[in-house]
Design a binder for this molecule. Structure first.
Ligand code: FAD
Length: 448
């Protein structure tokens, strides 16, 4: 230890970096973490947390309309973006402070500077200092990818979307992944005219086909426009601020905001990784082994920068496993099977385990059970929006391989069901469980 300034130097105070720093320090390591932007990282500052709060805010549009069918005399309501934005930002500030305090309480030194690697045990700080550490952990996350074409600089990304000065009337969203679909739902509920422009021919590639088709159908029936197989040619900004967005072979779209949700790439550029012999793959992701160790023995990496599964709970688990293994004398590896995930669209989707097509590819044949129903609340509200639950089951062992759903509260319901899938329970175990009535979740034990 005497030879190094720190036992552990962490670059990036996001989901993975904060967990690794805090737990390593609790094991007695001398730890510093460098953060160039804000403590909390993408999830807290400009990802999961503010996004979910906007989803809640947006859903009131439907709740207020539905309330009338339940007897509430709701007067004409108007939405004020600035109020929601400022409350969300204040909540983000609060969580950021809590994260900072947690690090301090655990005696982690927080250095609010950019850090770059200058060797297997040394890190340069943007303030000019160079420090040494026995171990370095890279937890720099990922950054939005923006396509380049004439005028693409007029678009914004999820980094900027939470702080919009005013609510745009017409929104174009580029992309077909979860972030694109979540923001399409959010802005649509706020009353914006939303067009989703997708390079491919499907949204949410990798999700269960029936579930994502249901989302597409509901989104379209609500009035969200989708353009598929559509590539950008140019964006022109008029004097009045209107963006004229030209795509190949389609009419131009006029919009007030263009949001790129076209993927995220690991943040490794300019990090100095080559000075320590840390190898990255073709996508810029740091190559690590099952213990999060890079090609340099003293350098580790966790979270989005390794591009395994880009989700906060995964980054946190990797940070925890790193600390337990390296400083806690409790070797631990992350199990990437049956990681649940959600899309906080309107209505939301959630899934765990194999999709039907993945299971068919692996096993040839599978048993599939579905429940296609209208939630009781939607029926009374006169909302013609059907939920769909789907269970993918091993044809011989009866083990549930995957559950996928779309409908109100799907992520809340799926988290509990994911325990059963992770535990390897059979369809019979679901059948043996008595329904909790009346609920939407009871459909999980009533699929025949
Ligand atoms: P990050 O949280 O990104 O943290 C990396 C940190 O490193 C950042 O604070 C950055 O400023 C800092 N940094 C980078 N380079 C340097 C440097 N050289 N020196 C110092 N500091 C540096 N995941 C979910 O599980 N659920 C969701 O609902 C969800 N929604 C999302 C919505 C959006 C709009 C986005 C963009 C992401 C969302 N995610 C969600 C993904 C989630 O935010 C990430 O998976 C998670 O934050 C990854 O954690 P991380 O520790 O790898 O990196």
């Amino acid at each position: 230890m005497a030879d190094f300034d720190y036992d552990l130097f962490v670059i990036g105070a996001g989901s993975g970096g904060v967990r690794a720093s805090r737990v390593s320090a609790a094991y007695g390591a001398k730890v510093a973490v460098a953060e160039e932007y804000r403590v909390g990282g993408t999830c807290v500052i400009r990802g999961c947390v503010p996004k979910k709060l906007l989803v809640y805010g947006a859903h009131f549009a439907e709740d207020l309309a539905d309330a009338r069918r339940f007897g509430w005399q709701v007067p004409e309501c108007a939405f004020d973006w600035a109020t929601l934005r400022d409350h969300v930002m204040a909540e983000v500030d609060r969580i950021e402070t809590v994260y900072g305090q947690t690090l301090e309480n655990n005696k982690v030194e927080v250095i609010r500077e950019r850090a770059t690697v200058t060797g297997p045990h040394s890190v340069a700080l943007s303030g000019g200092r160079t420090v040494t550490a026995k171990h370095i952990l890279i937890a720099t996350g990922a950054t939005p990818m923006v396509p380049t074409f004439p005028g693409s600089e007029h678009g914004i990304t999820s980094n900027e979307v939470f702080g919009l000065p005013a609510l745009p009337k017409r929104v174009v969203i580029a992309g077909g992944g979860y972030i694109a679909n979540e923001f399409a739902g959010i802005f649509h509920e706020f009353g914006c005219r939303v067009t989703v422009v997708n390079r491919g021919d499907t949204i949410l590639r990798g999700y269960d086909a029936q579930i994502r088709d249901r989302l597409l159908q509901i989104s379209m029936s609500k009035g969200i426009d989708f353009r598929f197989n559509c590539t950008f040619e140019s964006v022109e900004k008029r004097d009045d601020g209107t963006l004229v967005i030209r795509t190949a072979g389609d009419d131009p779209i006029e919009a007030d905001m263009l949001l790129f949700a076209t993927g995220r790439k690991p943040l490794t550029e300019g990090l100095g990784l080559e000075t320590a012999g840390v190898v990255i793959d073709g996508n810029g992701a740091i190559k690590v082994d099952a213990d999060n160790r890079t090609t340099c023995d003293s350098v580790y990496a966790v979270g989005d920068v390794t591009n395994r599964i880009q989700l906060t709970p995964v980054a946190i688990r990797e940070g925890q496993a790193f600390a337990d293994t390296v400083f806690g004398n409790k070797p631990r590896r992350v199990d990437y099977n049956n990681v649940p995930a959600a899309v906080f669209s309107h209505p939301p989707m959630a899934g765990v385990g194999l999709t039907e097509s993945q299971a068919r590819e692996r096993l040839g044949s599978v048993k599939v059970f579905t429940s296609d129903f209208r939630a009781m609340k939607n029926v009374l509200a006169g909302r013609n929006e059907r939920a769909l639950y789907k269970m993918v089951v091993h044809p011989e062992t009866d083990v549930v391989l995957g559950i996928h759903m779309i409908g109100p509260e799907a992520p809340e319901i799926l988290q509990a069901a994911a325990v059963a899938v992770k535990a390897g329970l059979t369809k019979q175990a679901f059948d043996d469980t008595v329904a909790l009535h009346p609920s939407m979740a009871e459909e999980l034990v009533l699929m025949r």
